[in-house]
Design a binder for this molecule. Structure first.
Ligand SMILES: Nc1ncnc2c1ncn2[C@@H]1O[C@H](COP(=O)(O)OP(=O)(O)OP(=O)(O)O)[C@@H](O)[C@H]1O
Ligand SMILES: O=c1[nH]c(=O)c2[nH+]cn([C@@H]3O[C@H](COP(=O)(O)O)[C@@H](O)[C@H]3O)c2[nH]1
Ligand SMILES: NC(=O)CC[C@H](N)C(=O)O
Ligand SMILES: [Mg+2]
Length: 511
């Protein structure tokens, strides 16, 4: 059966895959292509979406593809850079904006009677991430919506099925984003929502069987959602030939090594715990640059997996629970032009000395999709509900260099915070939480004595996919009690602060 297809042209936005994923939620099939490789058969697509970009249209190197095969021939939706692009090169004006426009905004004006804004009202929350702004609309531009700071937040071109928006409908925090995509794709472009993906589990297990055959696979298992779901998929595909390795990198949460090993009992998986704390801490000694720390950790992980693979013998594959956000923030996914934000420890390829091939069955999915895949395999709710915890662990929450004493302090602080959330019934209302040890000492007074001790920050965010996030409005009473508990129980800390930054412009982790 032939499905209607949507073409997404990638200008390197962090969110391009998120556009594809929102489209997928509407049961519509889409393909992402780099902006400079527009497919020849454009007529096969029912609609085109232009993504955002780290590039500025005002730059000499601005991405400037020839869209004549698309414009006026196909319904087109231009997002952020796309919207600026249409304005800048067609008689409008784009300029650097006076104030930085990142994060939440609300529509203060919505033109009535427009299918594009069907079921979306004035006041609707939209998410911004840009530093250029559209000063004047292109030729035949008609204003469709504004926010308080952005006059030209949405426009269409009269006489065409061309729409442009400055905000990002693909991110979860644009509350009517999905509705807007539905309005454009289904009601304007008349795309048939007939693409229900075949059961991901069934399809993936078949693919894994064909790919791996009778080979042996080593899998990095972390206790987290992604690697556990990847392990279950591989277990279904290759059974006994899957060897799971859980590494203690010395940067786990308090008691996590034993707790996690305990949790896997009874799941039918073959799991081995490897304590490599000393190796990791040695590799990190003296490093304080975030990227150098991440790369050192990535390297030691691979060394440990490699050693284990040699012991098992004849291992051909290394499996990881890598998911899409790990990939997009580390490298440019479609060979396109996105910026590296931070190097996730599990991405970036294998060193030459290691001969294992990589298998990553969840690489195209987002966290909440992974959770749904896990649920469809009947996995434990508590495991699936666990907050994400980064592979480099506390190393990227101890700003600056790492010492065993700093790890101890942060493990204690983190345990007070996380156990407190659980006790207060708040854990499941938060997407991810943790504590950060700042490289700052401040003066305090305890029992009439002067102290000069560490400051910790608490971070709790809500998100669906980790790509955008907002800080959680934790009750004051809870923050008050947690702060007291931390300062009273954890020696070496005399000050607690709460992080109130959204992503973007901040990230969830501090490094
Ligand atoms: N301590 C560890 N031991 C072995 N492998 C690990 C460890 N930590 C991370 N990994 C590997 O790195 C991958 C990425 O880690 P990441 O934290 O993003 O995912 P996760 O731990 O599976 O899930 P979650 O995001 O819910 O914590 C994991 O899927 C796993 O393959
Ligand atoms: O396995 C991982 N290896 C990493 O190197 C890494 N860096 C960030 N994260 C997790 O990714 C999500 C987004 O984090 P950021 O907003 O800090 O980029 C959050 O859930 C982070 O905890 C990592 N996970
Ligand atoms: N997210 C985007 O597409 C940003 C576009 C452009 N780089 C800006 O900063 O305005
Ligand atoms: Mg993890």
């Amino acid at each position: 059966m032939q499905h209607d297809k949507v073409l997404i042209l990638d200008f390197g936005s962090q969110y391009t895959q998120l556009i594809a994923r929102r489209v997928r939620e509407l049961n519509i099939y889409s393909e992402i292509h780099p902006f400079n490789k527009i497919p020849k058969n454009v007529s096969d697509y029912k609609a085109v979406i232009l993504s955002g970009s780290p590039m500025s249209v005002r730059s000499d190197e601005a991405f400037h593809p020839d869209l004549s095969a698309i414009r006026t021939k196909k319904p087109m939706l231009a997002v952020c850079y796309g919207a600026q692009y249409l304005a800048h090169f067609s008689g409008g004006e784009v300029a650097p904006s006076n104030t930085r426009e990142y994060g939440r905004a609300n529509l203060s004006f919505v033109k009535g009677g427009e299918t594009f804004f069907k079921n979306i009202e004035k006041g609707s929350q939209v998410w911004m991430s840009h530093s250029d702004t559209i000063k004047s609309l292109p030729e035949n531009g008609v204003l469709l919506a504004s926010t308080e700071d952005v006059q030209n937040a949405a426009y269409k071109i009269e006489g065409e099925e061309t729409y442009a928006i400055q905000f990002h409908p693909e991110v979860y925090h644009s509350t009517d984003g999905k509705q807007l995509l539905e309005n454009f794709l289904i009601h304007i472009a008349k795309v048939n929502p007939d693409w229900t993906p075949d059961s991901f589990v069934e399809e993936t297990v078949d693919k894994l069987k064909a790919q791996i055959g009778n080979d042996k696979v080593v899998l990095g298992l972390s206790g987290g959602v992604d690697s556990s779901v990847a392990a279950m998929l591989l277990h279904k595909a290759i059974g006994e030939n899957l060897y799971c390795i859980f590494v203690n990198n010395g940067l786990l949460r308090k008691n996590e090594f034993t707790d996690v090993l305990e949790q896997y009992k009874g799941m039918g998986l073959n799991v081995k715990g490897v304590d490599a704390s000393a190796r990791f801490l040695d590799a990190l000694a003296g490093l304080s640059d975030p990227e150098l720390k991440r790369k050192a950790i990535g390297r030691v992980f691979i060394e440990v997996f490699d050693d284990e693979a040699h012991q098992i013998q004849d291992v051909k594959w290394l499996a990881q629970g890598t998911i899409y956000p790990d990939v997009i923030e580390s490298v440019s996914a479609t060979g396109g032009p996105s910026a590296t934000i931070k190097s996730h420890h599990n991405v970036g390829g294998l060193p030459d000395f290691m001969k294992l091939k990589i298998v990553e069955p969840l690489k195209a999915l987002f966290k909440d999709e992974v959770r749904r895949v896990g649920a469809s395999m009947g996995m434990d709710k508590a495991l699936l509900g666990r907050h994400p915890f980064p592979g480099p662990g506390l190393a990227i929450r101890i700003l600056g260099d790492i010492t065993p004493e700093k790890v101890r302090i942060l493990q204690e602080v983190d345990a007070v915070f996380i156990n407190g959330l659980k006790k207060a019934g708040l854990y499941d209302k938060v997407w991810q939480a943790g504590a950060i040890l700042l490289p700052v000492n401040s003066v305090g007074v305890m029992g009439d004595e002067r102290t000069y001790e560490k400051c910790v920050a608490l971070r709790a965010v809500e998100s669906t996919d980790g790509m955008t996030a907002d800080w959680v409005n934790l009750p004051y009473e809870f923050l008050q009690k947690t702060s007291n508990d931390i300062i009273n129980k954890v020696k070496g800390v005399n000050r607690v602060v709460y992080d109130i930054s959204s992503k973007p412009p901040a990230t969830i982790e501090w490094e």
